[in-house]
Design a protein around this ligand. Structure first.
Ligand code: ZN
Length: 613
């Protein structure tokens, strides 16, 4: 079996795409918001039966491979590797080119993670680290799930390990694991005397590392955490620590908990609250927000969102509001992070997680805390602070709610607050520094939607009806290839005519012929999806009437374009005073117009005549 076919047979397309976007079942198929264009009403369809997807907005379509390629911006080869791993299909060497540089770096990171992990578990050099992690309450199972490791206090332990196994030092440097020394050709390990947390991509492959210094080695000259620099496979603004392990739990719970540090994430996971990812001390990026949105729209923050420290998370909150995420805040006992809570008593964390408060409620409380609001100055300052956040809220209904609330609190009219809000919003819009707005621009440029002509739309439906419901007509003599736009649809129609037998379409022969050419198979998948979407709930008689109307409409369009064409030729002939040509063309035009009128009359009758029920 061809590996592509084997993988497709083992991965359900609905399950797979559901990891990226929310799908809802409609009849036989599934529907959701398209991730490839700005979709406001769900135009993205997935057909489990045909293992095929299509967007009626941007007209993109394909299978799991094309979906993954497009959404991750990767090439077929890489999609093949990722999906083969997921499906448990072994690829032959010829399927995966060894020289693929991304693949090479991933291999280096994977084997390095194993090395560090083994050192942590077994080496006498890692005794302090083992003791420390044990004291922090990490169980062996957790160390295994997160492949936590230790980099010994040496300059070259990883370097020697990889060199012995034949890895080129240039590649290891590209993976971000070693640093060139002063002399050329000399390198040393980036991570030394540190606990190692491998960073995984969504498919569970190691792409980078975070190294935490051992507590007794902490001093001001050394950073507490260091990370892999940006590499071909690792971009810190595009990963969320823990997502690989937590994603299924996030989807199941339909919410995600955002915490600050690796240990918060791991502790919570170990304590059984697993829908959690960590920000690793940086502000959220648009890419990360989009990652989160694949799994849920509900975010619980266990971050430091204290208004004093608000600037640190400001950008994150701003981005989440602008992306229409529902944000709630988890309130922790004073001065404690999630890890400390869990170590003290896991129930404390569980309780806090179960009672989050709305972000805006939280924010209100914080801003108004300790303020007497006697002076105009104070009112103004507080009002501005709240309005600035309100201006980021995408949902207008929600925005209104907070204006009302603010108006009551400040004893200022809603109107004047609204006025000030629109001033703030327009001032914010003019700031070009906002990265998510810039991205919007890029997106719209990228997403020039390909529109489908009316002829094409009608032709698709006619052919789709014939393939999906071949019993609705006895003969396909009406199928005139000249009426059909484009080679692809003509080819499909030709096959329909060829395999049309007395009792309808001989599907087994037809499908066999279609499967020989991927292009035609994709088109047929699309045609069937269209008619399933439009005509699934009709009776057989209604479908048959619909078919006649479509055919008459297509014929009308064809005749109209012919008439236009002849008219143009006639004009030209008149200019040249070519009498013979004028005579011929006038006759042709009369004939075409008569045909068109007949067809239109028939169409009118069809539309009036209700199908017998
Ligand atoms: Zn689309």
């Amino acid at each position: 079996m061809d590996p592509v076919e084997e993988i497709k047979s083992k991965i359900d397309i609905v399950d797979f795409i559901s990891e990226y976007i929310k799908l809802k079942q409609v009849g036989k198929n599934y529907q959701g918001l398209c991730p490839f264009h700005k979709d406001t009403h769900p135009s993205f369809y997935v057909s489990p039966e045909r293992q095929f997807w299509h967007c009626f907005g941007c007209n993109e379509s394909g299978d799991i491979f094309t979906f993954l390629e497009k959404i991750e911006g990767i090439e077929f080869k890489e999609a093949l590797r990722i999906l083969a791993k997921r499906a448990g299909v072994k690829l032959q060497a010829k399927d995966v080119k060894q020289s693929d540089s991304r693949l090479k770096l991933i291999r280096i990171c994977q084997i390095s993670a194993l090395f560090y992990h083994q050192v942590l578990l077994k080496s006498p050099l890692a005794k302090k680290a083992r003791d420390y992690l044990k004291k922090r309450g990490l169980k062996p199972e957790t160390l295994r799930i997160f492949q936590i490791g230790f980099a010994p206090d040496k300059w070259d332990s990883l370097l020697k390990f990889l060199e012995k196994r034949g890895y080129s030092l240039a590649d290891v440097e590209m993976a971000g694991l070693i640093i060139p020394g002063k002399k050329s050709g000399q390198y040393y390990d980036r991570f030394r005397n540190r606990i190692i947390f491998p960073i995984f991509n969504l498919y569970g492959e190691v792409v980078g590392f975070t190294g935490r210094i051992l507590p007794d080695a902490e001093d001001e000259s050394k950073a507490k955490y260091i990370n892999t620099p940006q590499t071909l496979i690792y971009n810190k603004s595009q990963v969320l620590y823990g997502l690989a392990q937590a994603k299924q739990y996030i989807r199941d719970a339909d919410k995600v908990i955002l915490v600050e540090g690796n240990m918060d994430m791991i502790s919570s996971f170990q304590a059984g609250i697993r829908n959690v990812v960590c920000l690793s001390g940086t502000a959220l990026t648009q890419e990360q927000v989009s990652l989160i949105k694949r799994y849920t729209s509900n975010v619980l923050l266990a971050l430091d969102v204290d208004p004093a420290g608000f600037s640190a998370t400001n950008r994150s909150v701003e981005l989440m509001l602008a992306n229409d995420l529902n944000i709630k805040v988890i309130q922790l006992p004073k001065g404690k992070d999630p890890d400390e809570c869990i170590r003290q008593n896991p129930l404390l964390w569980e309780k806090a997680v179960s009672k989050p408060i709305l972000f805006m409620d939280y924010y209100f409380n914080q801003v108004f805390k300790g303020k007497k609001l006697n002076s105009l100055e104070e009112k103004k300052q507080v009002g501005e602070q709240v309005l600035l956040v309100v201006s980021k809220i995408k949902n207008s209904f929600e925005r209104d709610l907070w204006i009302q609330k603010l108006s009551l609190k400040l004893k200022v009219s809603e109107d004047s607050l609204r006025q000030r809000l629109s001033q703030i919003s327009s001032a914010e819009k003019n700031k070009t520094s906002s990265p998510f707005e810039q991205e919007d621009v890029e997106q719209t440029q990228e997403n020039k939607e390909r529109s489908v002509s009316i002829e094409e739309e009608i032709a698709r439906r006619i052919l789709g009806l014939l393939i999906k419901y071949p019993k609705i007509t006895e003969s396909v003599d009406f199928l005139n290839l000249d009426f059909l736009p484009g080679h692809d649809l003509k080819d499909v129609a030709r096959l329909i005519k060829k395999y049309w037998k007395k009792k309808g379409l001989s599907l087994s022969y037809f499908n066999k012929a279609i499967k020989k050419e991927k292009r035609l198979l994709d088109i047929c998948n699309l045609l069937v999806l269209i008619v399933e979407k439009e005509y699934e709930n009709l009776t057989s008689e209604e479908r048959s009437r619909e078919l006649k109307i479509l055919v008459a409409n297509l014929k009308d369009l064809y005749l109209r374009s012919k008439i236009d064409e002849k008219n143009a030729q006639l004009k030209e002939a008149e200019e040249k005073k070519d009498k013979e040509k004028i005579k011929d063309l006038t006759e042709e035009l009369l004939f075409l117009t008569k045909k068109r009128n007949e067809n239109r009359k028939w169409l009118r009758e069809l539309k009036i005549k209700k199908p017998a029920s």
